[in-house]
Design a binder for this molecule. Structure first.
Ligand SMILES: *[C@@H]1O[C@H](CO)[C@@H](O)[C@H](O)[C@H]1NC(C)=O
Ligand SMILES: *[C@@H]1O[C@H](CO)[C@@H](O)[C@H](O)[C@H]1NC(C)=O
Ligand SMILES: *[C@@H]1O[C@H](CO)[C@@H](O)[C@H](O)[C@H]1NC(C)=O
Ligand SMILES: *[C@@H]1O[C@H](CO)[C@@H](O)[C@H](O)[C@H]1NC(C)=O
Ligand SMILES: *[C@@H]1O[C@H](CO)[C@@H](O)[C@H](O)[C@H]1NC(C)=O
Ligand SMILES: *[C@@H]1O[C@H](CO)[C@@H](O)[C@H](O)[C@H]1NC(C)=O
Ligand SMILES: *[C@@H]1O[C@H](CO)[C@@H](O)[C@H](O)[C@H]1NC(C)=O
Length: 471
């Protein structure tokens, strides 16, 4: 009977017109803890930092507006991770990222000739801006080693780091691994001397992909040939506190397979965080590791600019991204989640904010989907067990460092739901709950506070909405 009447309701187009909300329970158990959160973020690599700062005409007021949207806890997404690109190119033509040692020193044993320009295509400036908003996690990732360290003598078009297994012949026996480790360490030193402490460093980006821009190929075994050298060089250089990441594969499955090779190669303990992208396969099963896991790059790269939440069911709308982030946290055990670009002069969805055609600021609902976590689920928060009696209320809960509770619910249903939240773990007992709502109408907007009872609270979660409840 039940399935049949449900089908009839849908067929009659009445599903969203029910006059009484449905009922469900969400149980939170603060004693059952999952992963600790490192944060949420974006990149501004490929000179997007310069674009945001105004190199191509962005006015100072709009530069500030973008920074507020990305990093502010009051007016924006409260993002807490910035992913910078470590350059490998000989210049900054097109949108290339320049190397800190563009010229070959002649041999792998010779000291590198560093050329620090004091701004690194304005990523230093953006890092300083992020720090001023309280961001503490600056992740520097190299897309490639400089050309002279590689098998193809070009920082683009793939090629291997000379010295890893399988490169003996093509590199004429040269081993540039120590030199590359020195290079990455020196990059951290330049930043530190400029007042910015980088917390995480990576040496690969999409090593399963060969492209016309900076790219370097690697298997998990080949990564394992380099990781111990990088780890030792960082430790000896005074950067023992910096975490090494690997391997930024284009998709979750490729990264899972690279991780297996890296583990077989004996280098798992040289990394602090396993990093993968969401493109070629979406975040799925958790990686088989005890290391932290981040999803470090993902975006809708196909659609036209889309600032909507839930209108036509397009891939660039906000609600699908609320679900992507939710699933990455709940199913893929990620501690960090990054969209690709923060802001770009673009007519597509590669960024959360569009500056197109050059001095304008257009904010997508994707920004608010990320902000529903970024503003409240701060670094150090721990995800706790959170179960809904109805699956379409996709929910995760977090205990913050200060002992606060954050519940994020994505209601994929077409009806409102009356929900009773039951909080175990000796909590409950008074206090106010503030709901922050994002949907077609609202952009992470605070609504009327709810009084908490002895064991939790009652709330109404509107259809096709994402709500962050902050206790
Ligand atoms: C950044 O450095 C480049 C040299 O690589 C220079 O041309 C540019 O003017 C600098 N930008 C700023 C804002 O200092
Ligand atoms: C960066 O780290 C160094 C060494 O740990 C520390 O002395 C310094 O205060 C830090 N700087 C900032 C801006 O946090
Ligand atoms: C690297 O490859 C690009 C083509 O993607 C080419 O334009 C460039 O000249 C090459 N650089 C060197 C140093 O060979
Ligand atoms: C989740 O990640 C944490 C590290 O953040 C790890 O200790 C734990 O084992 C992982 N759990 C699963 C189910 O993979
Ligand atoms: C933005 O991009 C468009 C083309 O996509 C270009 O015509 C315009 O000059 C760019 N504006 C700025 C300020 O970069
Ligand atoms: C800034 O962006 C807004 C909104 O897109 C736009 O209307 C305005 O012309 C831009 N420039 C200034 C100086 O505010
Ligand atoms: C939310 O953002 C959209 C698009 O940026 C805008 O049109 C709308 O007015 C905003 N709504 C509120 C309630 O601020």
């Amino acid at each position: 009977m039940k399935p049949r009447s449900f089908v009839l309701l849908i067929a009659a187009g009445c599903a969203a017109q029910r006059n009484s909300a449905q009922q469900a329970t969400i149980n939170i158990d603060l004693n059952l803890r999952h992963q600790t959160i490192d944060g949420f973020g974006i990149s501004a690599a490929f000179q997007r930092s310069s674009d945001i700062r105004g190199k191509k005409g962005m006015s100072p007021g709009n530069t500030s507006a973008i920074l507020e949207y990305l990093f502010s806890n009051e007016n924006g997404a409260g993002l807490t991770i910035l992913r910078n690109g470590i350059g490998s190119s000989v210049d900054t033509s097109r949108d290339f990222m320049n190397s800190i040692a563009p010229e070959s020193p002649g041999s792998p044993d010779a000291p590198l000739n560093y050329m620090w320009d004091g701004n690194d295509t304005d990523q230093l400036w953006l890092s300083q801006q992020a720090l001023s908003y309280g961001v503490q996690t600056i992740y520097a990732d190299a897309w490639s080693a400089p050309a002279y360290m590689k098998s193809n003598k070009n920082d683009s078009n793939g090629g291997f780091l000379c010295g890893v297994s399988g490169t003996e012949q093509v590199c004429g026996g040269e081993d540039w691994r120590q030199s590359y480790a020195d290079y990455l360490t020196q990059y951290l030193r330049f930043y530190q001397e400029s007042g910015v402490n980088i917390s995480h460093v990576g040496f690969l980006n999409e090593p399963d992909l060969i492209v016309y821009y900076a790219s370097m190929v690697s298997s998990g075994y080949q990564a394992a040939d380099f990781l111990p050298i990088l780890r030792r060089t960082l430790d000896e250089g005074g950067f023992a506190h910096v975490q090494v990441t690997c391997c930024e594969a284009t998709g979750w499955q490729t990264q899972a397979d690279m991780l297996t090779e890296l583990q077989l190669g004996g280098a798992e303990d040289d990394i602090g965080t396993v990093v993968g992208h969401g493109y070629s396969s979406n975040p799925g099963l958790p990686f088989a590791t005890d290391k932290k896991v981040w999803q470090t790059e993902w975006a809708d790269l196909d659609g036209d600019w889309n600032a909507h939440w839930d209108v036509l069911g397009k891939a660039g709308e906000g609600l699908p991204w609320a679900n992507h982030i939710q699933r990455s946290l709940a199913q893929s055990n990620v501690s960090g989640w990054l969209y690709w670009q923060g802001a770009e002069n673009t007519t597509g969805n590669s960024a959360l904010i569009s500056m197109y055609p050059g001095d304008e600021v257009h904010v997508s609902k994707r920004l608010w989907a990320l902000g529903a976590y970024g503003r409240f689920v701060k670094p150090g928060s721990v995800r706790v067990v959170c179960e809904s009696t109805i699956a379409l209320l996709h929910s995760t809960a977090y205990e913050t460092v200060e002992g606060g509770l954050v519940l994020v619910v994505v209601n994929n249903g077409h009806t409102d739901w009356d929900v009773e939240v039951v909080v175990d773990g000796g909590r409950g007992g008074g206090g106010k709950v503030t709901p922050w709502i994002t949907n077609n109408e609202f952009n992470l907007t605070a609504t009327e506070q709810i009084d908490q009872g002895e064991s939790g609270w009652k709330m109404m979660v509107p259809a096709r909405s994402m709500v962050t409840y902050v206790v």
